[in-house]
Design a protein around this ligand. Structure first.
Ligand code: DC
Length: 221
C-alpha cells in the first residue's frame, strides 16, 4: 500500500517549492498537478481553442496526451511527448489554466492519471482538489495558505529576479482574481478538506514550512 500526502492551497502559497523539498527528504514522488493543468492550457492556447465551445474543447482534449516523468527528482511534464516544462509558467498560460481547469472535461482527463500515480507510489501531490476529490483517503492532508500580500510579494520577487517587468499591485489583483475563480467554480472548487491540517505560511521561511510538513508526515506514518 502506498502512503499519500495531499497538499492543497491557493496560487502562490509556496506549495510547489515546499512540496518538492519535502518529497525529496521523504523519498516520495512529488506530483505537481498544476503543471498537468498548465500543459493542457498550453495545448489549448496553441490550438487557439475556444474553451467555451464544448465540441471544440472535447476535440482538442481528445488530441492531447499529458504525462509526467521524473528526472533527478524533478518533475517534467509532457504534452504529446514534448517536454513542455519550461513553457508553462507564463502569465498567459496561468490565465488560461485558471479558466480551462474549471471545465469538467479538463478535470476528468487528469483525474485517473493522478489517482493511478498515487495508487502505485508513495506520493506527495499538490493541487487544489487533491484532499477533497482526487485522494479523499490520503494518509495526510495539508492546506497551505498565505495572505494575498505575501503571495504577491513572493511572485513579484520571482519575476523581478528573472528580469520580467511587473507591478506589485497588478500581481496582487491577479492573485485575488484567480483565488476567486478557483474558490467559486462549480467543479472541484478550492477548499480545505474537513480533515486537512491548515498551515499559514505568511510568516514562515521555506525551511520552516518544509520542517512542519516533515513533522506532520512522521507523525502520520
Ligand atoms: O498550482 P498552479 O499555480 O500551477 O495551478 C495552476 C492553475 O491550475 C490554477 O489556476 C488552479 C489550477 N489547478 C487546479 O484547478 N487543480 C489542481 N489540482 C491544480 C491546479
Amino acid at each position: 500500500m502506498s502512503f499519500n500526502i495531499a497538499i492543497d492551497g491557493p496560487a502562490g502559497a509556496g506549495k510547489s517549492t515546499v512540496a518538492r523539498l519535502a518529497a525529496e527528504k521523504l523519498h516520495f514522488i512529488y506530483v505537481d498537478t498544476g503543471a498537468m493543468y498548465r500543459a493542457i492550457a498550453l495545448g489549448l492556447l496553441r490550438g487557439s481553442t475556444d474553451i467555451e465551445d464544448a465540441s471544440a474543447l472535447a476535440d482538442a482534449l481528445g488530441k492531447m496526451e499529458v504525462s509526467i516523468c521524473h528526472v533527478d527528482g524533478t518533475q517534467h511534464v509532457y504534452l504529446n511527448g514534448e517536454d513542455v516544462s519550461g513553457l508553462i509558467r507564463t502569465e498567459q498560460v496561468s490565465d488560461m489554466t485558471s479558466r480551462s481547469s474549471a471545465k469538467p472535461e479538463v478535470r476528468k482527463k487528469l483525474t485517473s492519471l493522478q489517482r493511478n500515480l498515487a495508487a502505485r507510489e508513495n506520493v506527495l501531490m499538490d493541487g487544489r482538489d487533491i484532499g477533497t476529490m482526487i485522494l479523499p483517503d490520503a494518509d495526510l492532508k495539508i492546506f497551505l495558505t498565505a495572505s494575498v500580500a505575501t503571495r504577491a510579494e513572493r511572485r513579484f520577487l520571482e519575476l523581478t529576479e528573472k528580469g520580467e517587468p511587473c507591478s506589485l499591485e497588478e500581481i496582487a489583483a491577479d492573485i485575488a482574481e484567480r483565488d476567486y475563480r478557483d474558490e467559486h467554480r462549480e467543479i472541484a472548487p478550492l477548499r480545505q478538506a474537513q480533515d486537512a491540517i491548515p498551515l499559514d505560511t505568511s510568516d514562515m521561511t521555506i525551511e520552516e514550512v518544509v520542517e512542519a510538513i516533515l513533522t506532520l508526515a512522521r507523525e502520520h506514518m
